[in-house]
Design a protein around this ligand. Structure first.
Ligand SMILES: C[S@@+](CC[C@H](N)C(=O)[O-])C[C@H]1O[C@@H](n2cnc3c(N)ncnc32)[C@H](O)[C@@H]1O
Length: 236
């Protein structure tokens, strides 16, 4: 992974202009519905596939995590295998459907789990109390990523790190961007509010972090609608 420091003020990029609307905006998420349970099941069974796609990047990104980590939207615990055994994990996860799998994965990975069964819009932690917050594939499915990022920034200590991997809108004008446009509503409906054409990279860069280190990657060719991705570290 080649990461380069970027200016948090410059949110413009050919990939993501912030004015793009969100298919999921205004619609309430359905984590407690039967679709939420189906999605939770899907998340559970795709953990191995996720490891093949993201594993080597996550091992590098998470290599220097501190002893206590806050993760927003950990789902069934996809990332726990990359955390050092003995890590204390404060997991902010509103979907009750995944809590069982998350607990089992924490036990399997010897991670000490503190579960906050709530959305990351309100994290029950003191301001400036946290060294690191992790988010992978979460900001696509929250109602308001700006609100969540503001809360992430609030709980981080000055200099604390926000580590992220998120899929973002494809390059405007590309075939993939058009495909994302066709798919976004059914995709959001079927996948628990996931917005495939959200400009999450620009939203992170505009969220008021003191610096944002970011790289991009694509997965499995242009047939994959959840691509490209941003990966990086933002500092409060
Ligand atoms: C696509 S899954 C990603 C799960 C896991 N992070 C991964 O990388 O596999 C999105 C997760 O975000 C969670 N989520 C949705 N809205 C949330 C919110 N407002 N606050 C925290 N987590 C949320 C969902 O319940 C789900 O577990």
């Amino acid at each position: 992974m080649t990461l380069s420091w970027s200016d948090p003020e410059s949110s413009e990029s050919p990939w993501d202009s912030p004015e793009e609307g969100d298919a999921a905006a205004g619609s309430r998420r359905a984590v407690e519905t039967s679709m939420g349970f189906l999605h939770a099941w899907g998340l559970g069974v795709t953990v191995g596939w996720m490891d093949r796609i993201y594993g080597f990047r996550k091992r590098e990104l998470f290599a220097s995590l501190p002893d206590t980590v806050v993760e927003i939207g950990p789902g069934p615990g996809t990332n726990l295998r990359y955390y050092r055994p003995g890590t204390r994990l404060i997991a902010v996860e509103p979907a009750a459907a995944v809590h069982g799998r998350l607990r089992r994965e924490a036990k399997r990975c010897s991670v000490e789990l503190e579960l906050h069964p709530a959305g990351a819009e309100r994290i029950e932690l003191e301001e400036g109390s946290v060294d690191a917050v992790v988010s992978t594939l979460v900001l696509c499915s929250v109602d308001d990523p700006r609100e969540v990022l503001s809360e992430v920034r609030r709980v981080l200590r000055p200099g604390g790190r926000f580590l992220f991997i998120e899929h973002v809108a494809a390059d405007p004008g590309s075939r993939l961007h058009r495909v994302q446009g066709w798919l976004r509503r059914p995709w959001a409906w079927a996948l628990d509010g996931c917005e495939i054409r959200r400009n999450t990279g620009a939203i992170i860069r505009a969220a008021g972090f003191s610096e944002v280190q970011e790289d991009r990657f694509s997965v499995s060719g242009s047939w994959m609608p959840v691509s490209p991705h941003v990966i990086g570290v933002a500092r409060r």
